[in-house]
Design a binder for this molecule. Structure first.
Ligand code: SIN
Length: 271
């Protein structure tokens, strides 16, 4: 693909690209944003280095993609629930996003995109892994793809006590979604079940549902579908929750890793 305003350096042939030549601390022109969006659709997750954005600039970038999403329960910063706090330090009992997941897929209209800006990073480690759900779907055999194409799964969350004393913004969501969804922009089929939120496949016995979900959760772990991002202070990652999953590695205890996530609302998944 030809880009007019930016340079795009793929991280792997399958997923992830670093964008050079964009300054997110200044208003992003329509031409630059179009290039960024094209790269985002082509590479599924895009990364930027050295972007000391203010919270307002971060929110503006999110709004370029759509209406902002409010997490059901996570703590937030600067008094704005759209600025989700991502913070782990020596006092943390858990780390956000440690297992493979697509953000808040238990919402009836799950977020389309998330934009994470880290301000403080550990000296080593604290990477985020991303997986391509188009490739995960394409790599399945034809009979399994056919079976999954007809199935619907229940996604549910339980945030009670998850964020300590922080009072939730709303009830823990639950929703039914197709196991394979069509991406509304690229029209490509993507596997849409994840270990974080998908509880069972409807219409199957418990044993059938558990076995198929476990097979798919294991399938997503195939490194052929992955890229791995090493953060620096003021790196930014923008990922498409409709066709990726991610997990944050907590290998840096007791160091601190801290930043803000802005999340963008999506539409209801369809087949
Ligand atoms: C998340 O949004 O799941 C957290 C990702 C990260 O901290 O790398």
């Amino acid at each position: 693909m030809a880009y007019q305003m930016i340079e795009v350096e793929p991280v792997t042939p399958r997923i992830g690209a670093i964008i050079h030549g964009a300054d997110l601390t200044r208003p992003v022109s329509d031409e630059s944003f179009q290039d960024i969006h094209d790269a985002f659709m082509a590479h599924l997750v895009v990364f930027f280095r050295d972007q000391p954005m203010s919270p307002e600039q971060h929110l503006s970038l999110g709004r370029r993609l759509g209406e902002l999403h409010i997490h059901p329960a996570a703590p937030y910063c600067h008094g704005n629930p759209a600025l989700m706090k991502i913070h782990t330090d020596e006092h943390s009992r858990r780390n956000n996003g440690e297992g493979w997941h697509s953000d808040v897929s238990a919402d009836v209209e799950p977020p389309m995109a998330s934009i994470l800006h880290l301000h403080q990073t550990p000296k080593h480690g604290g990477d985020t892994l991303f997986a391509n759900m188009y490739e995960a779907y394409d790599a399945l055999s034809e009979p399994v793809r056919e079976l999954l194409g007809s199935l619907t799964a229940l996604h549910a969350s339980d945030y009670s006590g998850f964020y300590g004393d922080h009072a939730p913004q709303r009830e823990s969501p639950r929703a039914e979604h197709p196991v394979v969804r069509t991406h509304p922009v690229t029209r490509r089929p993507a596997l849409f079940v994840n270990g974080g939120f998908t509880r069972r496949i409807l219409g199957l016995t418990r044993a059938e549902s558990d076995s198929i979900l476990q097979m798919l959760f294991d399938h997503v772990k195939n490194p052929n579908f992955h890229c791995r991002f090493q953060w620096q202070p003021h790196s930014v990652a923008m990922w498409d929750n409709r066709c990726t999953q991610h997990m944050a590695v907590w290998d840096y205890y007791p160091e601190t890793r801290s930043g803000i996530r802005v999340t963008v609302k999506g539409d209801r998944p369809f087949r």
